[in-house]
Design a binder for this molecule. Structure first.
Ligand code: NAD
Ligand code: ZN
Ligand code: ZN
Length: 361
């Protein structure tokens, strides 16, 4: 190792290139309070970890669920959310052999996993019970610096646009993996339900994978975005019945990917399918949905969940991006806007993805 570790050299963590010891970050102090923009200590990279100066970070609806305490397992105290962070390695911890200072990396929801359990050793590391989650069980990218684990940090392809690439790190890999799980083949129909951050990128991956796309949302602007990215059929679920409209237009979809943030969309997914179809759930709103047993059995419908993707899925998702197949619709905003961004996200007013930018390089 060419450089002494931070733990050896400093009491406080510090960017190797500056004398800074604190950073601006957005912190969740309580589920019913706005996030606090505060100066907090720059984290210290532990064994096999690196300190990354964050350049951009996407804002995922999961960050909003985390901040609001929507899910059964609570996030860490004083959480810094964010798992679509892109940046540059500025310091490395003890034992790091595969990351170097100056390298461009990303964090991810799958921040680390044990590598030893039955899931980790069979290609299902996303199900590891020991996993750590970026911006949930460990601090994430809503700050000027973040930590990554050398084994799990995403390696960003050369030439990536710092703003466009950020949403690939969660939204991109999640929908790419979800689409693979539908088993839909080139030329067959897939319905993408929910055309938000995830859904508008799902339309693009589906097209790049040769699928025909029908899109469902409750907002006409989102449906326009879906058409812009290649959807052939669009249905506003507030104005019409998605089941009737999609059966009429496609004869029934071979697969469905639900990224919507309302439980109603989950129940509606059954009605858009043809026999033998697979429905994959990506969306994570709290709640339940009705599902008719007779309908599922007699039409042999598969319903399954899908959570982000493995490191290999992420590398593949980034590869589609690097080949110019995927162009997230992105809007750049400063971290100071985070509470307003969350309000607009709650109201379904964001087109594509908001990406926060911390620095120009
Ligand atoms: P987003 O807020 O950007 O988009 C949500 C979309 O759902 C919006 O376009 C909204 O109009 C639409 N919608 C709301 N009600 C609807 C309805 N009844 N029918 C159809 N569409 C409807 O959110 P996002 O960042 O795309 O995240 C979506 C969900 O996916 C969240 O619950 C998030 O936590 C989850 N998520 C899951 C994974 C995973 O690995 N499974 C990964 C990332 C995000
Ligand atoms: Zn996410
Ligand atoms: Zn494991």
């Amino acid at each position: 190792m060419s450089m002494k570790t931070l733990a050896e050299t400093n009491e406080h963590a510090q960017d190797a290139g500056t004398t800074k010891t604190t950073m601006r970050a957005a912190v969740v102090t309580s589920p019913d309070q706005p996030l606090l923009i505060a100066d907090v200590p720059i984290p210290v990279p532990g064994r096999h970890q690196a300190l990354v100066r964050v350049i951009t970070s996407g804002v995922c609806h999961t960050d909003l669920h985390a901040a609001r305490g929507d899910w059964p397992v609570a996030p860490k105290a004083d959480l810094i959310p964010g798992h679509e962070g892109y940046g540059v390695v500025v310091a490395i911890g003890e034992g790091v052999t595969t990351l170097t200072i100056g390298e461009h990396v990303g964090n991810a929801w799958l921040w680390s996993a044990c590598g030893l359990c039955e899931y980790c050793v069979t290609g299902w590391e996303t199900l590891c019970p020991e996993q750590q989650n970026g911006g949930y069980s460990v601090d994430g990218s809503f700050g000027e610096y973040m930590l990554v684990d050398e084994k799990f940090a995403a390696r960003i392809p050369a030439g990536a646009d710092p703003v466009e690439v950020a949403p690939i790190l969660c939204a991109g890999v999640t929908v790419y993996k979800g689409l693979k799980m539908t088993g839909v083949k080139p030329g067959q129909w897939v319905v993408i339900s929910g055309i938000g951050g995830l859904g508008h990128i799902a339309v693009q991956y589906a097209r790049a994978m040769g699928m025909r796309v029908a899109a469902v949302d409750i907002d006409d602007t989102k449906l326009e975005l879906a058409r812009h990215h290649g959807a052939e059929v669009t249905v506003n679920a507030m104005k019409g019945d998605p089941g009737e409209a999609i059966q009429a237009a496609t004869g029934g979809a071979h697969g469905v990917l639900v990224t919507a943030v309302h439980p109603r969309a989950f129940g509606q997914a059954l009605a858009v399918t043809r026999r033998g179809a697979t429905i994959v759930f990506n969306g994570l709103p709290p709640g339940d949905f009705p599902a008719n047993i007779f309908d599922i059995v007699l039409r042999a419908i598969t319903i399954r969940g899908s959570i982000v993707g493995t490191r290999q899925d992420l590398a593949e998702a980034l590869e589609f991006y690097a080949r110019g197949q995927i162009h997230p619709t992105v809007h750049v905003e400063p971290i100071e806007n985070i509470n307003d961004i969350f309000t607009r996200m709650e109201q379904g007013k964001i087109d594509g993805r908001i990406v926060m930018r911390y620095s120009d390089d």
